[in-house]
Design a protein around this ligand. Structure first.
Ligand code: ARG
Length: 459
């Protein structure tokens, strides 16, 4: 056990208390941010005359050495220290002596950990944006490739109207685009520097907080020191962003699972992204999609953990806040994995274009268009709707799709039908006539693709 605060104590810490209290096993992940923050702190302290140039040089070189050694594996972060902050300071002092003991001047672990987390989350926001961009690129490629891959669009999971795979994937493009927007918004509120807030009430040293903020590329220093050490709103926002990403990934997974089922067979997953059964040799299971759907619950749980941890925190810092890390790290790791796997799974799967088309033909997805055709012939929509209802019933009873009916059969139900109905209700015509902005027709979908391309290029 190595602690920073032994002076006031006579007795030893109970072993169980020590490990219950310690955070090194998980906050060691913050070593780089901790060192980066310490370097900025020291440079600021030197600028304001609190530390000498000699101390600064020694500390900066010492910190750089620690960083290098951790990254090369020469220095192991061991659990004999309480947390990553104690570890870095202890190793520094061991290596450079006296000067190392001056590092913590005008600082508390409360503002230090608040800083480390913000630096870490800021990086993760950028990284997550990059992974989402990769996923959007895969989706955009599918959109480009499948502008005329017809399929049924569903409501209530019942075939509704014909769309294209391009249009369907375009919906997911929008969801993940909004997710990137939310990450960007969260970044704005994350990007204020808490360092220099001390334990809760600032410090008596002449700190230049704006300078530290500038060195660490924050937009500004935070305004209130009590808020600064206890604010985890940005983390809750971030986990809420991640929860929405997972919700979108889970919806897409659900569709992949349905499409990959024997009954649908719209898609076949690549071997690399499927798993088998230990007993049923014929099985090829969509485990990755199922796990993504399942892990969505886990990320919601992480968000709930943070919301609940924070709800009873009296100002300023309380140790409960240490619980922020495992929840945040778990959510980050989970979401990162799921986004990357989804990109790979989509990139490698094979869509059964003929099956999808046949499914749209068979499902009366052109029923609305038949009604619209009658409206074009002067029949009021309500009457047209009733005629087409009769047609559908007739087709079900005779195992036909609408376009398989003869002209006589059409006319027996409504005399307004003419030969041109066949052309008007073909799958292609049904999709093609949907030309409003955002619809699956070729012009609007090409416009959507063009816009998506510009968006990705500027991201
Ligand atoms: N491990 C602590 C955390 O993650 C660091 C801050 C400790 N501060 C304190 N006053 N004990 O929150």
């Amino acid at each position: 056990m190595a602690q920073l605060w032994g002076g006031r104590f006579k007795g030893e810490t109970n072993e169980l208390v020590y490990s219950f209290n310690a955070s090194i096993n998980f906050d060691k992940r913050l070593y780089r941010q901790d060192i980066e923050g310490s370097k900025a702190h020291v440079r600021m302290l030197t600028k304001t005359g609190v530390l000498t140039k000699e101390d600064e040089d020694a500390i900066l070189a010492g910190l750089d050495g620690i960083l290098k050694d951790i990254e090369s594996g020469r220095l192991e972060i061991t659990s004999e220290y309480e947390d990553i902050h104690s570890f870095v300071e202890a190793v520094l002092t061991e290596r450079i002596g006296e000067a190392g003991k001056r590092l913590h001047t005008g600082r508390s672990r409360n503002d230090q950990v608040a800083l480390d987390m913000k630096l870490y989350i800021r990086e993760e926001i950028d990284e997550m944006t990059g992974y989402l961009k990769g996923l959007l690129e895969v989706i955009l490629n599918l959109m480009k490739e499948h502008v005329d891959t017809y399929m049924p669009g569903f409501t209530h999971l019942q075939k509704a109207q014909p769309v294209t795979l391009s249009h369907h994937m375009g919906a997911y493009f929008e969801m993940f685009r909004r997710d990137i927007g939310r990450l960007k918004d969260t970044r704005v509120r994350t990007n204020e520097c808490p360092l220099g807030s001390g334990a809760l009430a600032g410090t008596t040293y002449p700190l230049d907080r704006e300078y530290t903020a500038e060195l660490l590329e924050f937009d500004r220093a935070t305004r209130n020191s009590m808020d600064s050490v206890s604010d985890r709103d940005y983390l809750i926002e971030f986990l809420s962003d991640l929860s929405l990403i997972m919700m979108h990934l889970s919806r897409l997974s659900e569709e992949i699972i349905i499409w990959n089922s024997n009954e649908y067979s719209f898609v076949e997953l690549d071997d690399a992204y499927s798993t088998g059964s230990s007993i049923m040799p014929q099985k090829k299971n969509p485990d990755i999609a199922e796990l993504t759907r399942g892990k969505c619950g886990r990320v919601y749980g992480d968000l709930m953990t943070l919301l609940t941890v924070m709800k009873g925190i009296p100002l300023a810092y309380d140790k409960d806040i240490q619980e922020d890390k495992e929840a945040a790290f778990d959510a980050i790791d989970t979401v990162t994995g799921c986004i990357r796997l989804m990109a790979g799974m989509l990139e490698t799967c094979k869509f059964n274009i003929a099956v999808m088309k046949q499914s749209a033909v068979k499902g009366f997805t052109n029923a609305t268009d038949v009604a619209d055709y009658l409206v074009g012939r002067g029949v009021p929509f309500r009457d047209a709707h009733a005629y087409v209802g009769k047609i559908v019933l007739y087709c079900i009873e005779h195992d036909l799709s609408i376009e398989e009916m003869s002209m006589d059969e059409f006319k027996a139900i409504c005399p307004e039908f003419r030969e041109d109905v066949y052309e008007a209700i073909s799958l292609q015509a049904c999709v093609e006539r949907r030309r409003t902005k955002g619809a699956p027709g070729i012009d609007p979908i090409k416009e959507e693709i063009r816009e998506a391309e510009i968006y990705l290029n500027n991201l």
